[in-house]
Design a binder for this molecule. Structure first.
Ligand code: 173
Length: 487
């Protein structure tokens, strides 16, 4: 057994040991590039910082066994004193005063509450988007430029909004999109989603960068529960191959390869947060890196993503798995057509929740051109069982979903609202979010005159304004991105 004192001596760039869950690891070789945060914990217990942003098996998969130095004598480790600031006290107060779930009426409510009850870092990471957050706002605003043309005098006593996604039943045309770092918001992280999804027959897309390990999330699923996997392609293809084949062997039903993030966007809210959180004394010692001391939670852990990923790699993916492949992050009809011609099972028309290229168009706008062009060029009609179109970004209401369905989407992905729901209320929050959507589907389908999703047709929407990118309306929730530099 190592003593805390011994560990404490390895507190430099030359030799950096950390303690996680009572075990000591030599992480010196992880220090090159982007890992200044590790140095802050050199020689110390890093568990609290480590836990939310790494799955429990991250060390065992990434650090060679000889760097696992064994257990530390618990009593000899100096406790990392976490000072409860006044701000934190106030936050905890807000957590205990949060409204009951009965008071939540829509998905926006979760966002509003999350903003007030989440730890600052978590809110900054989840809510942030790139640059001026124009695409983030546009994602939501684009739905406001589509209006309905409802039909009347149809017997809408029974309405059914259940559907099939890539051959799998779903209680609504919505799936849980992948979002990273669930434990920043709630100690159970992504398991909240798994549990709620099981109860409501909703498909969960498991993120590569979940806080919980992949197997934990699979183990938490009920027999027969359908899960998809979102993949960030690693520079080390052996790691990717292992991940993909493991997912397939555990029964994951589809592989969503993220294609819009060769580099992560600058999410300035997130970056600013880290900037302030870091201990200046440590930073100054790290020397020549100048002020670029931190890139925020996401960038800090994204270095493994392969910037060279290209169309040719898709052959390789086909050779290593039988799971259907879906490209996540397609942003124009030309790429959708190429994806179709290549023979993948579908595409997600998405700009990564506004977190990548700012001024990328909304998924719903892209959907219209993709449907038009694929009909023109390949004679396809949508929804199409051979080639599914998914949309994500900015979806908050069943009306948003119905607009996408009318325009040819198979289903839409929802990310942040479910994150916010479990961050504030755990699994029950996510269940409530599903219940709200179910209620909204029932009412809106009746009012639209559609008894099932097949009856939600293009003629029911007016998209004549969709492509006019007029000024994005003011949005208080997001308006503060640039106002947070304190002087
Ligand atoms: O949007 C994100 O934050 C994201 O996809 C990501 C990518 C790499 C690391 C962490 C999160």
């Amino acid at each position: 057994m190592l003593s805390g004192k011994t560990v404490a001596q390895h507190n430099s760039r030359e030799s950096c040991w950390i303690i996680v869950h009572g075990k000591v690891y030599d992480v010196t070789e992880f220090l090159d590039g982007g890992s200044k945060i590790i140095l802050k914990y050199a020689g110390k217990d890093a568990t609290q910082e480590y836990e939310p942003i790494h799955p429990p098996d991250a060390i065992t998969t990434n650090l060679p066994p000889e760097k696992h130095l064994g257990p530390v004598e618990p009593d000899t480790v100096e406790k990392v004193v976490v000072e409860i600031t006044d701000e934190e006290k106030a936050r905890q107060e807000r957590v205990s005063n949060r409204p009951s779930l009965e008071e939540i009426l829509n998905l926006h409510d979760f966002e509003n509450i999350a903003k007030q009850v989440l730890p600052e870092k978590a809110w900054a990471y989840y809510s942030s988007a790139s640059d001026d957050e124009m695409t983030l706002r546009e994602n939501h605003a684009a739905y406001h430029r589509i209006w309905f043309r409802p039909r009347i005098l149809r017997d809408v006593t029974n309405v059914d909004w259940s559907t099939t996604i890539l051959g799998h039943k779903s209680s609504m045309p919505v799936y849980i999109s992948a979002t990273a770092l669930g434990k920043l918001g709630h100690p159970d992280g992504e398991l909240n989603l798994t549990r709620a999804a099981a109860k409501h027959n909703i498909i969960q897309m498991i993120p590569t960068l979940a806080s919980c390990s992949f197997d934990e999330i699979l183990d938490a699923a009920q027999p027969g529960q359908v899960q998809f996997f979102q993949l960030y392609v690693n520079k080390d293809r052996a790691i990717t191959k292992k991940l993909v084949q493991h997912a397939e062997s555990r029964g994951v039903k589809a592989l969503f390869i993220t294609v819009d993030a060769p580099q992560l966007g600058r999410r300035e809210k997130d970056m600013r947060m880290k900037f302030e959180a870091e201990d200046p004394s440590v930073v100054s010692k790290s020397g020549s890196e100048g002020v670029d001391r931190s890139q925020g939670a996401a960038r800090a852990i994204s270095g493994f993503i392969d910037t060279s990923l290209n169309w040719n790699d898709l052959h390789w993916f086909k050779s290593i798995t039988k799971m259907p492949l879906i490209l996540k992050g397609v942003q124009c009809w030309e790429d959708a057509l190429e994806a179709y011609d290549f023979g993948v099972a579908g595409v997600v028309l998405s700009n990564h929740g506004g977190r990548q290229l700012d001024f990328a168009r909304s998924g719903i706008e892209i959907l219209v051109e993709v449907v038009t062009k694929l009909k023109e060029k390949r004679g396809l009609t949508f929804p199409n069982e051979k080639f599914s179109l998914f949309v994500d970004g900015g979806v908050r209401r069943a009306t948003d979903v119905l607009k996408a369905i009318a325009l040819g989407a198979t289903a839409v992905g929802v990310g942040r609202p479910f994150l916010y729901a479990f961050s504030a209320y755990g699994t029950e929050g996510v269940e409530k979010a599903f219940e709200i959507l179910h209620d909204e589907f029932q009412m809106n389908m009746r009012l639209l005159g559609a008894r099932n999703l097949k009856e939600v047709v293009p003629e029911m929407v007016d998209v004549s304004n969709l492509q006019s990118h007029v000024v994005v309306p003011r949005d208080d929730l997001y308006g503060n991105n640039c106002a947070s530099v304190s002087l």
